[in-house]
Write a protein that binds this ligand. Structure first.
Ligand code: GAF
Length: 418
């Protein structure tokens, strides 16, 4: 969907979705469901390595107004694009039996579907496809989707869309989805139908989000431990700096990194890089550098050290002498590792991070997959203007597009709102 940069309350979103539904389909919606975007506070490119992540849902979200239909047609309208797709649910067939899919332990490993639609529509239609494949009784539906999550900004606009769609389809069809099922099937839709080999981070963040909390997630076990994250009490905030460089051009880079990690894990004889302890990193690095290649050894080093940083970050959050500088320090280490070892940053992200810190932020880092998108900065309220002004001026000096700023507010996850 086109970039939509306005924020707004859930009530505004519900109203805009309901009104849009009426105007588009000439009827009343049966309900409105919403699912948020996310920022990942720390723990990048660890999720497809069975590792740890620490995201939070934000107050930018996708809103889905929906009503059931008597026939087996799915109609989806994307407000920001002004486009509608229409597809018979019975045309959504694909590989694998329903039972196999529902039990699949590793969602990413299923064969790709042969999608009936591509582009933006592959995300909502993919959710309908994946739910049907898993044996859920999806009924015909009209869906009106509108979103305040900027697209291409690395803030999970697609996960928001998938999770809002999944809940809306369950709601109008009359079946329940647990939060874990919602995240699981939304990820499957993205992996298998849209063909994006992402891990579970984005969909779990959108599904499990909580007001005022970051989510410590063990992506191997699926355990989600919300951690209070009250920056207002520290008179601080997490500032999103959207570089306006779309991360979409990094798709091959993402798949390459993922493949390199899988190669390295296989070479080291472990199920996933999560299984390499920090203490064993020097030996693992040397082995991979000699037996595979040096860039792959650096990918391993990023994943192993990033997993350790997430755990350190959580320990600091829970420490009785909690303070912001050690958190900022871990963010800086994470960014350097993503830039130098994992090589997924971009000049605009590096400039945003360096400038924010020189202007007084406790720390900053790219967030999400990288290759563009957004950075986040941990900033005292008193430094906010200085940080924004400095980043804006630095971008202007380099001839980059003007960055967008907004505070990341830890928000509730996917839910019905009307
Ligand atoms: C993207 C992916 F979708 C996530 O699964 C995750 O790998 C992230 O990049 C990097 O941490 O957002």
């Amino acid at each position: 969907m086109a970039v939509s940069r306005q924020t707004g309350s859930a009530a505004d979103g519900a109203q805009s979705a309901s009104t849009g539904f009426r105007e588009t389909f000439g009827a009343e919606p049966a309900g409105v469901w919403t699912a948020p975007g996310r920022v990942n506070v720390i723990g990048e490119h660890t999720d497809y390595n069975d590792g740890f992540v620490l995201p939070m849902a934000i107050d930018r979200a996708c809103y889905a107004a929906a009503a059931p239909r008597a026939d087996r047609i799915l109609r989806v309208h994307a407000a920001q694009l002004g486009e509608t797709v229409e597809i018979p649910l019975d045309a959504l067939v694909g590989p694998g039996s329903a039972a196999d899919d529902r039990d699949a332990a590793d969602p990413d490993m299923s064969p790709l579907a042969d999608p009936a639609v591509t582009g933006w529509a592959a995300y909502p239609v993919g959710v309908a496809w994946v739910l049907q494949q898993a044996g859920f009784p999806v009924s015909g539906a009209d869906l009106y989707l509108t979103s305040t999550v900027p697209v291409g900004a690395g803030l999970s606009s697609s996960a928001a869309l998938e999770c809002a769609t999944g809940l809306a389809l369950a709601g109008v069809s009359g079946f329940d989805l647990t939060t874990a099922e919602l995240a699981h099937h939304a990820q499957r839709a993205e992996n298998i139908y849209a063909g994006v080999p992402c891990g579970p981070l984005d969909q779990m963040s959108s599904a499990f989000g909580q007001d005022g909390a970051v989510l410590f997630i063990d992506t191997r076990t699926g355990e989600v431990r919300p951690q209070p994250f009250d920056l207002a009490a520290e008179d601080a905030l997490l500032l999103v700096i959207d570089t306006r460089v779309s991360h979409a051009h990094g798709e091959n880079g993402y798949a390459d990194r993922r493949a390199a990690c899988e190669r390295a894990a296989e070479f080291l004889g472990v199920p996933a890089l999560r299984d390499i302890a920090l203490a064993d990193l020097p030996e693992a690095f040397a082995k991979v550098a000699v037996g595979l290649d040096e860039p792959t050894a650096r990918r391993v080093r990023h994943v192993v050290t990033e997993n350790a940083r997430v755990q350190q970050f959580v320990a600091i959050l829970n420490h009785e002498h909690f303070s912001l500088p050690p958190l900022g320090h871990r963010m800086m280490q994470s960014h350097a590792s993503l830039r130098d070892d994992y090589e997924v940053s971009a000049p605009e992200l590096d400039l945003a991070v360096a400038t924010a810190v020189v202007a007084g932020a406790h720390g900053a880092r790219m967030t999400g997959g990288g290759f563009g998108g957004s950075a986040i900065a941990l900033v005292d309220r008193g430094q906010l203007d200085a940080v924004q002004d400095a980043v804006r001026a630095a971008f202007a000096e380099q001839g980059y597009a003007e960055p967008q700023f907004f505070p990341a507010v830890a928000s509730a996850g996917a839910r019905r709102i009307v």
